[in-house]
Design a protein around this ligand. Structure first.
Ligand code: BES
Ligand code: MN
Ligand code: ZN
Length: 499
């Protein structure tokens, strides 16, 4: 992993060399600081010569003459001021960071030429975007062998200058925790499955103990005792043992029932006996994106000492074909007592979640549950990579998630649930079967999960197959894994579940 850039907030600039960064809207008026430094006219000319239009997230790199305070100036476009939305500030920070070079020291004069103030929260979002953008996964690129750009770019430092630097610094403490959580989630998803198996993943989760998180790791033996045959059946073909990890953060001063987050953690999904085609199968090292987001989220909440009681549950397995692997036609009894006919061993995520959902309800009696899973290819067909699929039995929870999605840029799109879809998962031999055919594949998967959630518990399921990994590069992410969900759920908690 490349060194992550550092962000600081100051009332006035301390760096003298390096890059001066300015925000410019589409009027192309230069902000006051550019005048003070004496390069406003130069920047205007440079913008005109380069036909720079200051569109949102565009950047222009300008060399400044010798004798100026800085070596160069960077203009970051913010487009039409009236069209700026909350989620844009992190993207602005990301675009800015993308224009820096290795080891750069940069000063952002955080002011707008239209006179509008930039709030402390917006400043912290700029910092968040910058830190997220500075992450790359290059641990396995040995140096000096003609490696890619990734391994060459190392930490830059960014100083954000603003009269409310003190307040921004406070907002940053929380935002930095979120950045760390998202980067942790990316790390877990990017790591290959030979390095990060079930046991290693559980150990990573256990390391949250140092933040004051209570951790409980269930072994195969313990899960057998609890009757978690749905989860265990998936891992049956693997030589590595399954794990179920519960992470508990008790941040509220009340005895309130916790909110719960549940993640699918298939460290590798070959499909099992219903084996996947070879093309692109390597991507299935990321089939634990849900679990990674839950670990990243708990990290963020504990680091920023969120005033809430929360539990994170992750089911860790590996789906492999083997002489002992689960077969199509097998019937297993989940811990809840529901019997499941296995039609396709590649529909394994829902089996893992069935027992994880049951466990979190039995053990923690949560007042709300959100699960995250790279659950279906069908959600990618439906929504592509810009929205995750949201399924919920609770309109208020769905609305809160949609709102948090708009605010953070980790967007969700609500999909339907409905009894009519249950027909597709009726089994000839058992209570239900684990696939519902091609039609409405993401919905029947969600409908399957719903069978394991008690009536009356507000529940939402996020199908993140299209957003957790392999999504298009963005201003705030250049790595394969996105860490999707950490920002969204941190926001959900902050806006709705903190005392
Ligand atoms: N992990 C996959 C879903 C997936 C696909 C995630 C692509 C990320 C990218 C899941 O376990 C799976 O294999 N789902 C099957 C379900 C089917 C057999 C009913 C699918 O989507 O094809
Ligand atoms: Mn699968
Ligand atoms: Zn899977």
């Amino acid at each position: 992993m490349t060194e992550i850039s550092t962000v600081s907030f100051r009332k006035s600039a301390t760096a003298e060399k390096g890059s001066a960064v300015f925000l410019v809207d589409d009027s192309l008026k230069m902000p006051p600081a550019a005048e003070v430094i004496g390069i406003a006219a130069l920047l205007s000319r440079a913008a005109a010569t380069a036909a720079f239009k200051a569109g949102k997230f565009s950047v222009l790199d300008v060399l400044v003459p010798a004798g100026t305070e800085y070596d160069r100036a960077i203009l970051v476009g913010i487009g039409k001021p009236a069209e700026l939305v909350e989620a844009d500030w992190a993207r602005i920070g990301g675009s800015l960071l993308g224009a820096l070079r290795k080891g750069d020291a940069a000063v952002l004069y955080a002011e707008r030429a239209d006179g509008e103030a930039i709030s402390p929260d917006q400043l912290a979002e700029i910092g968040l975007g910058a830190v997220l953008r500075s992450y790359s996964f290059d641990r396995y690129k040995s140096r000096g062998k003609g490696n890619g750009e990734d391994s060459k770019k190392s930490a830059a430092s960014l100083e954000i200058v603003h009269p409310e630097a003190g307040k921004a610094k406070k907002a940053w403490v929380s935002r930095q925790a979120v950045a760390e959580g998202a980067i942790l989630a990316r790390e877990l998803v990017n790591e290959p499955a030979n390095v990060l198996g079930t046991v290693e993943f559980a150990e990573k989760a256990e390391s949250l103990e140092r933040l004051g998180v209570t951790i409980e790791v269930l072994t195969e033996k313990q899960m057998k005792k609890l009757g978690m045959r749905a989860l265990l059946g998936v891992n049956q073909g693997s030589v590595r043992p399954p794990r179920l990890v519960a992470m508990h953060w008790n941040g509220s001063d009340t005895k309130e029932r916790p909110i719960a987050f549940v993640g699918k953690g298939v460290v590798f999904d070959t499909g099992g006996i219903s084996i996947k085609p070879a093309g692109g199968m390597e991507d299935m090292k990321g089939d634990m994106g849900g679990a990674a987001a839950v670990v990243g989220l708990i990290h963020a909440l504990a680091s920023r000492k969120a005033k809430t009681n929360v539990v994170g549950i992750i089911g860790l397995v590996e789906n492999m074909p083997d002489g002992n692997a689960q077969r199509p036609g097998d019937i297993v009894e989940a811990a809840s007592g529901t019997t499941i006919e296995i039609i396709n061993t590649d529909a394994e995520g829902r089996l893992v979640l069935a027992d994880a959902l049951w466990y979190v309800q039995k053990e923690f009696d949560p007042r709300m549950i959100v699960d995250l899973a790279t659950l279906t290819g069908a959600i990618i067909v439906a929504l592509g990579h810009d929205h995750a699929g949201l399924f919920s039995t609770d309109d208020a929870l769905a609305a809160a998630l949609s709102k948090a999605g708009e605010a953070t840029g980790e967007k969700v799109w609500r999909m339907p649930l409905g009894q009519a879809y249950d027909k597709q998962i009726e089994s000839k031999f058992a209570d239900i079967k684990n696939t519902g055919g091609r039609d409405a594949g993401s919905i029947t998967a969600a409908q399957f999960l719903k069978r394991f959630v008690k009536d009356g518990t507000p529940w939402a399921h996020l199908d993140i197959a299209g957003t957790a990994m392999s999504s298009p590069q963005s201003e705030t992410n250049r790595s394969w894994a996105s860490g999707w969900g950490v920002r969204l759920l941190d926001r959900l908690v902050a806006d709705n579940y903190e005392t």
